[in-house]
Design a protein around this ligand. Structure first.
Ligand SMILES: C[S@@+](CC[C@H](N)C(=O)[O-])C[C@H]1O[C@@H](n2cnc3c(N)ncnc32)[C@H](O)[C@@H]1O
Ligand code: SF4
Length: 388
């Protein structure tokens, strides 16, 4: 169970997407772009402020419980830009006294040199994309930093922020369980309170997808990937960092509150190119999406006040399915009573019984439905089975 103090206002999160990177990693399909010329950062910041104002007019009066600068590489932004965006958020909404403000950072020395500036701007948590504690793997992943640089950046983060996390990618080419266990133990030694551990996914239309199709990228087969997943769970749990979400591990109380907003089906505004939002307007859940191409987003915002290209009221069934899809990623699972309210009907008891008999889901005494340890590797199939 996640043990956190109950906030007085319902959680409301703001996601801000900075869409630029210094180079494109060959496995990545995030909305990230490389520009060889200068980026007019001041103009982008003005556009973020404009889109914030437009969004705040639609959902006024909220208390912001978390803010997340994601990317792309937000650690390429000047601290003054981050400060300006945070000020703008504070002008439109109330900021909770214990607000969590996370910034995703790439662990190069140049970016780490800005950490103090981010803290002065109001950032209180960083999430570092370490990806591997192995130089050969970092090269193969196309990263611009070495293991030592990444560890140095983690050291800077530790000295400046009370809270930090880092990401690793596992199930990499040629990775053995022994090597991964050693790397993971080392990571836990550096991590303190939170780690995001992602299995390498071959995303369509990436350079890795091309190499994989050509037989030039040997990733672990399903059996080995399963062994690596199981190993990840046991090493982290033994070290006091159990999974609270399928790929996220934390000491109890140190979970990323921002991501919990998504997984628990709360409300969030998505600002910037390609950002997604979920707003509660007039008793309905509204899904928003903005233009992905940075310069097109900028022009839309300058012309119309927002880069929103998708603005859809979800049906009760869609809202309930999203709650299921996101909530079952969490170890705590979903509240069946809330599903019933959202969907306007109960979840199919026969399907639940079938999955319980298979051992992939279980019911808690407090009326929650959750995926079991052995069910997690089959999460997609479980969700597909339960969704309407
Ligand atoms: C938005 S990305 C990156 C943030 C930052 N730009 C960086 O690279 O350090 C968030 C995380 O997703 C993970 N990720 C991205 N693509 C992935 C893939 N194909 N397979 C597994 N994990 C992936 C990486 O661990 C990455 O740190
Ligand atoms: S993994 Fe991070 S640094 Fe690499 S392209 Fe994607 S967003 Fe940019």
């Amino acid at each position: 169970m996640i043990n956190m103090t109950a906030p007085s206002a319902p959680p409301f999160a703001v996601y801000v997407h900075w869409p630029f990177c210094l180079s494109k990693c060959p496995y990545c399909d995030f909305n990230s772009h490389v520009r060889h010329g200068d980026i007019d950062e001041a103009r982008f910041v003005r556009a973020f402020e404009t889109e914030l104002a437009t969004t705040a007019a639609r959902v006024p009066g909220r208390t912001v419980s978390s803010i997340f600068f994601g990317g792309g590489t937000p650690s390429l932004m000047q601290p003054s830009s981050v400060a300006a965006i945070l000020d703008s958020i504070g002008r439109h909404w109330t900021i909770a006294p214990d607000v969590e403000v996370t910034l995703e950072a790439n662990p190069t020395s140049v970016e780490a040199s800005r950490f103090r500036g981010y803290r002065s701007a109001g950032v209180n948590r960083v999430s570092l994309g370490v990806q591997a504690l192995d130089d050969e793997a970092l090269r193969e992943l196309g990263r611009l930093h070495t293991m030592q640089e990444a560890l140095d950046a983690v050291g800077v983060a530790r000295a400046i922020f009370d809270r930090y996390s880092f990401d690793l990618i596992y199930a990499r080419p040629r990775q053995t369980p022994g090597a991964w266990a050693a790397e993971l133990r080392r990571a836990i030694g550096e991590a303190a309170e939170h780690l995001s551990l992602y299995q390498l996914t071959i995303e369509p239309d990436t350079p890795f997808a091309g190499l994989y199709a050509a037989g030039k990228l040997a990733v672990p087969d399903d059996n080995l990937a399963r062994d690596l997943y199981d190993l990840t769970q046991s090493v982290c749990a033994d070290a006091g960092l159990p999974a609270y979400e399928i790929s996220n591990h934390a000491r109890p109380g140190a979970e990323c509150r921002h991501n919990l907003v998504y997984w628990r089906g709360h409300e969030y505004a998505g600002i910037g190119p390609g950002a997604h939002g979920r707003l509660n307007i007039g008793g309905r859940r509204v899904a928003t999406e903005t233009e992905k191409r940075p310069e097109s987003w900028l022009m839309r915002v300058e012309a119309a006040g927002s880069g929103v290209t998708v603005d859809e009221r979800l049906t009760p069934g869609e809202t309930a399915d999203e709650y299921l899809l996101m909530g079952l990623r969490l170890a705590e699972g979903i509240e069946l009573a809330r599903y019933t309210v959202l969907a306007g009907r109960i979840i199919d008891p026969q399907r639940v019984t079938f999955l319980r008999e298979q051992g992939t889901v279980e019911m808690t005494k407090t009326g929650r439905l959750r995926v079991t340890q052995s069910g997690f590797p089959l999460l997609d199939a479980v969700v597909a089975d339960l969704a309407a």
